[in-house]
Design a protein. Structure first.
Length: 349
């Protein structure tokens, strides 16, 4: 059996830096259709923006906000290997080169299918090779199951009720929460995780469905929800946890690949989420932080991390990423596998 089925991770996930023009029609090359697109200004205090090819480029969500989707503001156009940034907040001009960052995941090129594996019929587009699916469904307000289309159990889910007018946080399921799928974290908040069966019905996902309880964030009656589901794939993605050691010689976290993107959260304290990637600044030590729960611009921080050939290494004693004795969950996607499908080791930068 090959170590990995994915030798070129950038066929499925890519971080792209681009220079905003301040005008409509700025085309950004990705290399594939960006089915789940997450954007942020690096230089300005602007919201995060999330789009996907299931809801369409005119349905804007903000990962740092509780607001429902907007169809009258910022928007993008999805093309086969690029996207077009059509409005100023996602195309901010006059701020120098590479002032914008986009994180891009490939699902199924915008082609969806009806999925009746769960008690709720869902609309799914899935990339089973990379373990990525986008799932849309209408909530019932009662315990239910929803088909995800991955063929293996998701290890993590990022979800939003995007039509309810009252404020609803983004909720995150993760296999390494302290109470597993009886816990939820909140992408738009610093808060520690919350334990409640109302989120995931205290039930781990299966190879066909994930479970939801009666909480409005994941199952509002008559509301539309979008779920970004991720299964762990050797050599490409890892969704696990570590315990901080409170030392500048921080923990080494094995992923089995050189990371391209890592998102970390202290789930036991009220602390920021942080995203690191291999383009900002593009070398070790990486101290360029963007917080998903904040509109703040990118900062050069005391929170430091190294990306190495088979994982990442914490380089500072700070509470958001490495406080002694606390649990941190992470999402990680690869730049390249530690060992290719041909059994050839890769090289760290």
């Amino acid at each position: 059996m090959a170590y990995t089925a994915i030798d070129k991770a950038t066929d499925h996930f890519n971080t792209i830096l681009y220079t905003g023009t301040g005008n409509a029609g700025n085309s950004v090359s990705v290399g594939f259709k960006s089915d789940f697109l997450w954007l942020k200004s690096r230089t300005q205090t602007y919201n995060h923006y999330a789009f996907d090819t299931t809801r369409g480029g005119n349905s804007q969500l903000n990962p740092n906000l509780t607001a429902k989707a907007s169809t009258s503001g910022d928007n993008v156009t999805f093309n086969a290997t690029s996207f077009v940034a059509n409005t100023q907040a996602i195309n901010e001009g006059g701020q120098g080169s590479n002032n914008m960052v986009s994180w891009n995941w490939k699902a199924n090129g915008g082609t969806t299918a009806s999925n009746s594996s769960g008690s709720i019929t869902s609309t799914v587009q899935a990339n089973t090779t990379a373990g990525i699916s986008i799932v849309k469904y209408e909530g019932t307000g009662s315990n239910a199951t929803v088909g995800h289309g991955l063929g293996v159990a998701p290890a993590a889910i990022i979800m939003k009720n995007y039509t309810r007018s009252t404020l609803q946080s983004w909720i995150v399921a993760h296999q390494r929460h302290p109470a597993g799928f009886n816990d939820a974290s909140f992408l738009d908040l610093q808060n520690a995780k919350d334990t409640d069966s109302g989120y995931w019905n205290n039930t781990s996902p299966t190879t066909t469905v994930f479970s939801i309880g009666n909480n409005n964030k994941c199952n509002g009656n008559g509301d539309n929800h979008i779920a970004y589901c991720f299964a762990q794939k050797q050599g490409f993605s890892s969704f696990s946890s570590y315990i901080g050691n409170g030392d500048d010689d921080g923990q080494f976290v094995y992923t089995g690949f050189k990371p391209a993107w890592v998102m970390i959260k202290n789930v036991e304290q009220s602390k920021n989420w942080y995203i690191f990637d291999n383009k900002r600044p593009g070398f070790n030590v990486n101290d360029r932080l963007i917080a998903p729960n904040s509109s703040d611009a990118e900062v050069d921080s005391s929170e430091k991390i190294d990306f190495v050939s088979n994982g990442f290494k914490l380089r500072q004693n700070f509470s958001h990423t490495n406080s002694d004795g606390f649990r941190y969950i992470y999402f990680a996607f690869a730049d390249s596998p530690f060992t290719s499908s041909a059994g050839v080791p890769t090289t760290a930068f």
